[in-house]
Write a protein that binds this ligand. Structure first.
Ligand code: C2E
Ligand code: CA
Ligand code: CA
Ligand code: CA
Length: 283
């Protein structure tokens, strides 16, 4: 029995050792990826269903790994957060998204920056960074972008982790003229008082509620409440992760204006958006 225990321990150890090695390798790769800018930004359309058009995009990062191919953010953002690399990554995405939306605005000849907007995710790990707000300001300036074209997405849980730091940062962002979105709404704390306290423009209802509206009356009630709350507080509501006609019909019935999800479009490459916008102009 003793022998067996010992060999089991060895196997366990070897496995942990391998995992640790893999993680170290991934971290080395990620550092190199930041230096070499191995990231590509995809853009998922956010639809205005009342006007039946694209109102803007959410910028979503992907890592083009030289050996492993495309890696989605769920597989590297938390490592990037733990290693501090997420600051550089969010900045790359921010700069690229500002430059890109300006090009698309130009191509479409939009009159107001608010007519075609881009949403950029900022990790909660970057909230304490005093440089963050000036980086956002610089990205807008460098791109020659109307600040009304940029929306910064911050998750509900990141907000609540450190409310006073977050509030200060949101105030400063608002001072630049950019909008602030609460991402993954409904998955963090249940307190709604901060919707009043923080300078928020947009609430993105998390996909988990949208999935359930087809079958679950509680989720329907929650989504309905968020819409009426949005109306009375002057907040824009976006429904995330809409995949089916039934979900869309429910949302439309509740007076929803903005929808994001596979039902309309998956996250697209720059080339795919070029094509989409060219088709839009022909309509
Ligand atoms: P998120 O901010 O909630 O972004 C929405 C995610 O849902 C995206 O996954 C998107 O592709 C996916 N999605 C959109 N519509 C649908 C749908 O109809 N069905 C389903 N099943 N999924 C849908 P993605 O691109 O893999 O990103 C995952 C998360 O990674 C994001 O969640 C966000 O938290 C994070 N992330 C992405 N890009 C960045 C970035 O540049 N910086 C930071 N800090 N985080 C990022
Ligand atoms: Ca987001
Ligand atoms: Ca989200
Ligand atoms: Ca999410």
């Amino acid at each position: 029995a003793k022998e067996l225990g010992k060999s089991r321990f060895k196997v366990f150890n070897r496995k942990m050792h391998d995992q640790a090695l893999q993680l170290m390798e991934l971290e080395t790769d990620l550092r190199r990826a930041v230096d070499l800018r191995e990231f590509e930004v995809f853009y998922q359309p956010i639809m205005d269903i009342t006007k039946r058009r694209v109102s803007g995009f959410e910028a979503l990062v992907r890592w083009r790994h030289p050996e492993h191919g495309i890696i989605g953010p769920n597989d590297f953002i938390s490592l990037a957060e733990d290693t501090g690399l997420v600051y550089a990554i969010d900045n790359l995405v921010l700069e690229e998204a500002c430059t890109q939306i300006k090009l698309w605005q130009h191509a479409l000849g939009v009159d107001s920056g608010a007519d075609l907007t881009v949403n950029v995710n900022i990790s909660g790990r970057n909230f304490g960074q005093s440089m963050l707000v000036s980086q956002v300001g610089r990205a807008i300036d460098d791109a020659g972008l109307d600040p009304a074209s940029l929306k910064i997405e911050i998750t509900e849980s990141a907000l609540m982790d450190n409310p006073s730091v977050a509030e200060d940062m949101l105030q400063q962002l608002k001072g630049l003229g950019v909008s602030v979105c609460i991402d993954d709404f409904g998955t963090g704390y249940s307190s709604l008082s901060y919707l009043q306290r923080f300078p928020i423009d947009v609430v993105k209802v998390d996909r988990s509620f949208i999935i359930e509206v087809e079958t679950d009356t509680d989720s329907q009630a929650i989504v309905r409440t968020v819409f009426s709350l949005g109306e009375s507080m002057g907040l824009t509501i976006v429904a995330e992760g809409v995949e089916t006609k039934a979900q869309l019909d429910f949302l439309e019935g509740e007076g929803c204006q903005f929808v994001q999800g596979y039902f309309f479009h998956k996250p697209l490459t720059v080339e795919q958006v070029d094509t989409l916008l060219a088709d839009m102009r022909l309509d």
